[in-house]
Design a protein around this ligand. Structure first.
Ligand SMILES: *Cc1c(COP(=O)(O)O)cnc(C)c1O
Length: 416
């Protein structure tokens, strides 16, 4: 008992209050989790609650200036139903492969509102992008020449933007994607020369894409990066062959995963963006300003649910062995970009609280010590048949996991 008490004093996860609890059971999509599990018919499964996605969009709309258009970056969660839903409540989609492009078009997004980024686009990727008329975020000078070669002799001018590898860094981003030597985008200092070439090619110049990083939970770092993003765009616009009509300022807004992390306060970010937009209206008149978000829109809305199969004690530690693990949810196991493994927020979905708590390790069925969902977590006493819920699982979950590793069945995904 003293062990539990001392752990209770260590930093806590942010409250997962995007979901309700009634009768000691988690509710999602307006129903108790146990009913949903019965309806799905098997575990493990992913469930995504559209009302939570909508609420994330609404919070952004309330805090950010109205001029900012929101795009959903599909790689966070490419489930077609999720993409269709988010396409309907945002201004567009960002895709990173011909496969994602197909889903985006089927979801009903207009080609003019889709942008296609990603280093190493194949000729098939580029052809699909050209054929559909989406904005191609060019990642290199060579890619620009390949696009021009694809349409040589044809009366088509593909819409293009230059993805810029900025000359500043997004401080404290979980995953840095800009500054220094990077495979993404064109180094800012090389952009003027590329723009000069672009002016001679049969391409329709749209503007710039500047994405500096992901999973940032520090408002001040985001504000600084966004300010520098606009300054960089203003500077480089002077070298453009035609006015900038489109500026994608990236996203990078984080969500709390680990103990001690808090949800972002959007107010200060919104206030800074309002003043940046004012300057942009002067310096880039008429340009559409886009913010692209994946995780922020999808992560909070999703849970991963697996079932306890076995319970055992090994040399003083209790293990709950479940039918879910890293093959379905690599990120929650700590093997998707974490340096020091930390627990995602977990609960026992069918019995949120109990008098009898215990410290347990929640693991998956794979024959590898990496298959951990919870290391020394405090849960009500649980056993076979109980449902373990991993929160913050709506982004970078199933599609970012090695689903065939050990050949277990794939989980069901359901949008509620
Ligand atoms: C991955 C990615 C995103 C989405 O990042 P999130 O952290 O999920 O919001 C946006 N833009 C680009 C270019 C990306 O590669």
């Amino acid at each position: 008992m003293s062990k539990i008490k001392s752990m209770a004093e260590t930093p806590k996860h942010a409250p997962m209050n995007q979901f309700e609890v009634a009768d000691n059971c988690l509710r999602i999509g307006g129903q108790p989790l146990v009913d949903l599990a019965r309806q799905v018919g098997n575990t493990p499964f992913y469930a995504y609650d559209r009302t939570v996605m909508r609420s994330q969009v609404e919070q952004l709309r309330a805090a950010l200036p109205a001029e900012i258009h929101l795009h959903y970056a599909m790689k966070a969660n490419p489930m077609p139903e999720v993409v269709r839903y988010l396409a309907g409540i945002t201004e567009g989609l960002d895709v990173a492969s011909a496969g994602e492009l197909k889903v985006a078009l089927e979801a009903g997004a207009k080609p003019a509102n889709i942008s296609f980024a990603g280093p190493g686009k194949s000729d098939a990727d580029l052809q699909a992008a050209v054929d559909s008329g989406v904005i191609i975020n060019m990642e290199s000078n060579a890619e620009m020449l390949r696009i021009a070669a694809l349409v040589e002799g044809q009366p088509i001018r593909p819409r293009v933007a230059i993805r810029i590898n900025p000359d500043f860094e997004l401080k404290s981003a979980g995953m840095k994607m800009g500054s220094g030597p990077k495979p993404f985008g064109v180094d800012a200092e090389c952009v003027p020369a590329m723009l000069e070439t672009l002016g001679t090619l049969p391409l329709e110049f749209m503007g710039f894409h500047i994405f500096s990083g992901s999973q940032n939970l520090r408002e001040q770092a985001i504000i600084e990066a966004q300010t520098k993003t606009f300054e960089l765009a203003f500077r480089l616009a002077q070298f453009a062959p035609s006015p900038v009509r489109w500026l994608n300022i990236g996203g990078g807004l984080g969500v709390p995963y680990f103990p001690g992390e808090q949800r972002l306060d959007l107010a200060s970010i919104g206030a800074n963006l309002s003043s940046l937009i004012e300057t942009a209206q002067e310096k880039l008149p008429g340009a559409e300003i886009v913010m692209e978000l994946g995780r922020y829109l999808a992560a909070e809305a999703g849970i991963y649910v697996c079932e306890v199969v076995d319970r055992k004690v090994s040399r003083g530690q209790t293990f709950l062995i479940t039918n879910g693990g890293l093959h379905h949810h690599l990120a929650a196991s700590g093997n998707f970009g974490q340096i020091i493994r930390k627990n995602y927020p977990l609960c026992l979905g069918n019995r949120i609280s109990a008098d009898e708590l215990e410290v347990v390790n929640v693991v998956g069925p794979l024959c590898t010590p990496l298959d951990v969902l919870g290391n020394k977590v405090i849960l009500p006493r649980a056993g076979p048949g109980d449902l373990i819920v991993v929160f913050q699982s709506g982004a970078y979950g199933f599609s970012a996991s090695p689903k065939d590793f050990l050949s277990h069945p794939h989980p069901t995904e359901i949008l509620l």
